[in-house]
Design a binder for this molecule. Structure first.
Ligand SMILES: Cc1ncc(COP(=O)(O)O)c(C=O)c1O
Length: 402
């Protein structure tokens, strides 16, 4: 049985008051809070094991390296990758997508096409625009329908023999839409294209099995799955990663350097130039263990989303933006006649943390004819009292403004 109150007790930041009210944290799509196990593991590393990793010539370095590489295996198990070397540490989802855009992207030529969708985060738009400027590839945008879902027939029509990559989010951070990624991957592969899934929002709420999905790349951030900031993961199929050139040069990623040329290290080190964020890697492994223990929270999270939707639907001034039901993690809405930032500020005064703005999805907002929305996003530690408190505070806010 899943018990949200037991889970909540593991998170020190959730035990505080904000503006003299018990904190209701509903900004989880931006970043989740961290359990004590993550904080402890990172502090322990700095307290006792702090040393640089690899080429260990002393005990501390050996301990740090052991934990660092064991963490890679934890993430391998989390996403069911075939090999640990298919897990590349990056600075986050943004870093992972930029790695693919720069490395795989360097293999593309003018006339090749990359498809993204109209609901993408800027992190899955701008790297492809930069690539288009550099190499003349064509960026195609799969449109969305009136329910905030990818228009699958329009998407299929975009696929052609020039399509080299499809890069779409698993779950939209702005709308909460769950995309049919298995279908997108199968269709893209039939057309001969590789597929990158932006899993920034998917990883904390969905079971991810990269072998079953058969995606070529899957990118995610530690901080949105109860882990630290400054660390993320690019999963890539080994053969594909092997065929890709390094992106950033420096220490760690080399086999041999001379002034006549350099040979590169094997996977995964080829893509990990410089001293990595060791404590964050160790913290991320703890977060992954925590995530696996809370797999039973899926049903609980779906109930919280349903409770949110029911409460919001009952308010006349509120319009839900995106799917009418079945959102994963996030629910976006607007309030007729009110600016999204005013609502968020008034909610904050009542101890409620939500997000307001364009959610780094300006092209999507432009298409929806909006400047922004208010987004309430949940995690495993939220409970139905949080949703009740949020709905009461929102009603109070609307009454105040009327
Ligand atoms: C869908 C999606 N993609 C990419 C990102 C970028 O993640 P990060 O800033 O952790 O690199 C985010 C962050 O909000 C996101 O929600």
């Amino acid at each position: 049985m899943f018990d949200a109150s037991q889970i909540r007790a593991l998170f020190p930041a959730l035990q505080q008051q904000v503006n003299q009210r018990k904190l209701v944290y509903l900004d989880n799509a931006a970043t989740t809070q961290k359990p004590e196990s993550v904080i402890h593991a990172m502090a322990e590393y700095y307290r006792y094991d702090n040393a640089n990793v690899h080429r260990a010539s002393h005990a501390l370095s050996a301990r740090a390296t052991r934990q660092f590489e064991a963490s890679r295996e934890v993430i391998q198990r989390l996403v069911n990758a075939k090999f640990p070397q298919e897990i590349i540490w990056t600075q986050g989802t943004t870093g992972a997508i930029n790695l693919v855009a720069n490395s795989y992207g360097s293999l593309l030529e003018a006339g090749d096409e990359v498809i993204i969708s109209a609901m993408e985060h800027h992190a899955n738009i701008v790297p492809w625009q930069l690539l288009a400027e550099r190499s003349g590839i064509k960026l195609q945008i799969a449109p969305i329908n009136g329910h905030g879902q990818i228009d699958m027939s329009a998407f299929s029509a975009l696929l052609n023999e020039n399509t080299r990559l499809v890069s779409v989010c698993h779950v939209s951070n702005a709308l909460g839409t769950l995309n049919p990624i298995a279908e997108i991957i199968a269709l893209s592969h039939q057309a001969g294209a590789k597929v990158l899934i932006d899993g920034a929002q998917g990883i904390a709420h969905c079971d991810v099995d990269v072998q079953q999905l058969d995606c070529d790349f899957y990118a995610f951030s530690g901080h949105k799955m109860y882990g630290p900031t400054g660390i993320g993961v690019l999963y890539g199929k080994q053969a594909l990663l092997d065929a890709m050139p390094p992106w950033q040069g420096g220490g760690e990623m080399i086999k041999h350097v001379s002034f006549n040329g350099t040979s590169f290290n094997r996977l995964p080190f080829k893509f990990e130039a410089g001293t990595p964020n060791i404590s964050a890697v160790i913290g991320l492994a703890q977060a992954a263990e925590f995530l696996q223990q809370t797999r039973a929270s899926r049903e609980h999270e779906a109930q919280l989303v349903a409770q949110l939707l029911e409460g919001l639907h009952a308010m006349e001034q509120v319009s839900i933006i995106g799917p009418t039901k079945g959102q994963i993690g996030s629910v976006s809405f607007t309030v007729t006649g009110e600016h999204h930032s005013d609502i968020a500020t008034l909610l904050d005064e009542q101890g409620i943390a939500v997000r307001a703005g364009h959610h780094c999805a300006q092209p999507l907002m432009a298409q929806l004819g909006l400047k922004g929305t208010i987004r309430a996003s949940i995690a495993a530690y939220n409970n139905s009292a949080d949703i009740d408190n949020f709905l009461i505070a929102l009603k109070h806010t609307l009454a105040l403004l009327s």
